[in-house]
Ligand binder design. Structure first.
Ligand SMILES: NC(=O)c1ccc[n+]([C@@H]2O[C@H](COP(=O)([O-])OP(=O)(O)OC[C@H]3O[C@@H](n4cnc5c(N)ncnc54)[C@H](O)[C@@H]3O)[C@@H](O)[C@H]2O)c1
Ligand SMILES: O=C(O)C(=O)C[C@@H](O)[C@H](O)[C@H](O)COP(=O)(O)O
Ligand SMILES: [Zn+2]
Length: 358
């Protein structure tokens, strides 16, 4: 089995990647969690597709599990669902020596991870990601959160999982739109630190060729993220690079209402608009925005939208890279080289006011 290690001292863990892993991971879960009682937090789509298979391997390893299931989608990543999860954990009499599995995409991962971090002040948890986005990004690194009415991921913490189990075969049942949504985060990695990965997306003709190297892509992305998180677990420096496209992206998600644009789609718009602008300002190598546009469009990701600049600025005001009125944007020098770029409050609109904004 492929195994990527995330070295974080006492909070270190491994990411296991193997086709078919879902049906055989019970013994490893038992060993790592050291318990025979586990709550599985998932959404209704993932539970319907894969819940029985997960429960079977857990049962076969002597683990009794309770499935805590909420409605699929970003609209559930909120305080109301969190309260329902706390109540279900309480009903199941989970204790600190038991464990939680978050099973699904980034929504069950972020929401269930936040429940794990906070219920009884912390229950050990394991991530089993089932979307492209969760397998390449959200299951690694310990950012867990819920959305608040004022913005994305505004209540959360850093809480590392005990392990991540990735079964690449699970993404075969994803709708095309959700697959592409996850590819936006893969393209992001290429933009900020891996030109070879980006070039792969330029060279392939489309989804079929990407599917052929899916395991390799997962491993590359998890390696990139693991190394960045090891250097800067708490997002005070290098980790901010992973937020390329997210300052505008999170504002777009909120502006349109959660679920209108998926997270990856909003990040695609964010990467595109910011890079068009930094290129026009002479901060980014010429031709970069065009390369990003071509790759995003190849995978049917949006590269523009209409929004009021004033409203977007309001939501950008909640970005976690803000310090006082100022903000650190993540911009590209060129493909494969992202950098942090501090911008003074009065200048922020310069970086979002052109492109395709209305
Ligand atoms: N913590 C992090 O580091 C991090 C990183 C990136 C994104 N995120 C967060 O992740 C979330 C987006 O994640 P997502 O795109 O995975 O969303 P999601 O969890 O809502 O999943 C998208 C859809 O796919 C369905 N689905 C999941 N697995 C499936 C499968 N194997 N087959 C068929 N359908 C399946 C889900 O039911 C859902 O309808 C956002 O909230 C974003 O903020 C967090
Ligand atoms: O892990 C990180 O760090 C990231 O920024 C990864 C992002 O893809 C992810 O969307 C993350 O949840 C954004 O974090 P936030 O701190 O901007 O809420
Ligand atoms: Zn993201």
């Amino acid at each position: 089995m492929e195994n990527i290690h995330v070295n974080l001292g006492k909070d270190s863990y491994s990411i296991y990647v193997q086709n078919g892993l879902l049906d055989i991971l019970g013994p490893a879960v038992r060993r790592i969690s050291n318990t025979d009682k586990i709550a599985v937090i998932s959404d209704d789509t993932v539970d319907r597709l894969y819940g029985n298979r997960l429960q079977t391997t857990l049962n076969n390893s002597g683990i009794s599990s309770k499935r805590i299931v909420f409605s699929a989608g970003e609209q559930s990543k909120n305080i109301e669902t969190l309260a329902q999860i706390y109540a279900a954990l309480s009903d199941f009499s989970i204790t600190r020596s038991d464990a939680i599995i978050t099973f699904g995409g980034g929504v069950p991962g972020d929401l269930g991870g936040f429940a794990a971090a906070t219920y009884l002040r912390g229950i050990p948890f394991i991530q089993i990601p089932t979307t492209v986005l969760a397998q390449v990004d959200s299951s690694v690194g310990g950012k867990v959160a819920i959305d608040l009415p004022s913005g994305k991921n505004l209540a959360g913490c850093f809480y590392q999982p005990k392990a991540v189990f990735i079964d690449p075969e699970l993404v075969r049942t994803l709708p095309e739109r959700i697959t592409h949504d996850g590819l936006a985060e893969v393209i992001k990695y290429g933009c900020i630190c891996n030109e070879k990965l980006f070039t792969l997306f330029e060279q392939v003709s489309g989804d079929d060729e990407i599917n052929l190297c899916w395991q390799e892509i997962i491993k590359t992305c998890c390696e990139i993220k693991a190394r960045i998180v090891e250097h800067d677990e708490h997002d005070t420096g290098e980790r901010m690079l992973l937020n390329f496209g997210h300052t505008i992206g999170h504002a777009v998600e909120k502006y349109y209402g959660y679920g209108t644009y998926t997270h990856g789609e909003a990040v695609a718009i964010g990467m595109m608009l910011l890079t068009a602008q930094t290129e026009a300002l002479g901060l980014t190598e010429r031709g970069t925005a065009e390369r990003i546009r071509n790759v995003l469009q190849k995978f049917h990701l949006p590269v523009m939208m209409e929004a009021s600049e004033k409203e977007l600025l309001k939501y950008i005001g909640h970005d976690k890279k803000k310090r006082g009125d100022d903000i650190t944007f993540i911009i590209l020098e060129r493909i494969g080289k992202g950098k942090r770029f501090p911008v003074l409050g009065p200048d922020i609109s310069t970086y979002i006011s052109k492109g395709d904004l209305a």
